[in-house]
Design a binder for this molecule. Structure first.
Ligand code: BG6
Ligand code: MG
Length: 218
């Protein structure tokens, strides 16, 4: 592996396990509306923006809704989600994840967040990582959600790095597609680990250290 200068991390499902909160919050809204929603539908929401996620959920809704009604449903989900996020503490980042991030930093790699979530700064603050990363690119600074590469290209730009020198770490198929569309290597973990488009598969977050071992001498 040559010229790796930076890592861009997805947040939900990579650094923290907020997926369960997204699921619970959407489920609460879907149940109230009488809309069928399960883990399989939820898997399709990984990496996808809030409004696009709602459109996917509404595929199982018989009626039709105005834009205003859709916005209200998205707000309802956001309120439940924020309530759940409020329970987070620094202990929601595993020691292994924290230690790996610190070791990558010690080795001189730049580290950024590349998340579709508008709640990324709130989550990072709750877990005590708001000031840790060199750059944060999230749902607040993009117009196109993953699989569009915008969020990662902005992260590379904020870091001042060529996208080709960045490795994206992702748990979503849409995120791996976004990385590849942006000319970056994709390291897949969790749900995305079975995706053939991924350049590297991580069985464990700390495998990132193995990925770059030997790189320092180049
Ligand atoms: C992504 C999640 O990180 O953020 C998606 O994987 C979610 O499931 C998206 O829809 C947007 O999140 P938020 O916090 O802006 O509603
Ligand atoms: Mg994710």
């Amino acid at each position: 592996m040559k010229n790796v200068k930076a890592f861009i991390f997805d947040l939900d499902g990579v650094i923290v396990f907020t997926d369960k909160f997204h699921y619970q919050a959407w489920k609460r809204m879907a149940d109230r509306m009488g809309i069928y929603f399960d883990e399989t539908v939820n898997n399709r929401l990984r990496g996808v923006s809030r409004m696009e996620s709602l459109d996917i959920i509404l595929e199982n809704y018989e009626g039709s809704l105005s834009q205003e009604e859709k916005k209200a449903l998205a707000e309802e989900k956001k309120a439940s989600y924020r309530e759940l996020l409020n329970t987070m503490t620094p202990q929601d980042v595993s020691t292994k994840v924290r230690r790996t991030l610190e070791q990558l930093r010690e080795k001189g790699y730049k580290l950024a967040i590349g998340s579709s979530s508008k709640n990324a700064p709130f989550i990072l603050e709750k877990v005590g990582l708001l000031d840790f990363f060199d750059a944060i690119s999230d749902g607040n600074n993009i117009t196109n959600s993953k699989p569009d590469p915008e969020v990662f290209l902005k992260a590379a730009e904020y870091l001042g790095e060529d996208p080709q020198n960045c490795i994206v770490v992702e748990d979503a198929y849409a995120g791996v597609d976004a990385a590849k569309a942006g000319g970056m290597a994709a390291a897949a973990i969790g749900d995305a680990a079975s995706y053939e488009k991924a350049d590297y598969v991580l069985e464990d977050f700390s495998d990132l250290l193995k990925l770059v071992s030997g790189n320092e001498d180049q």
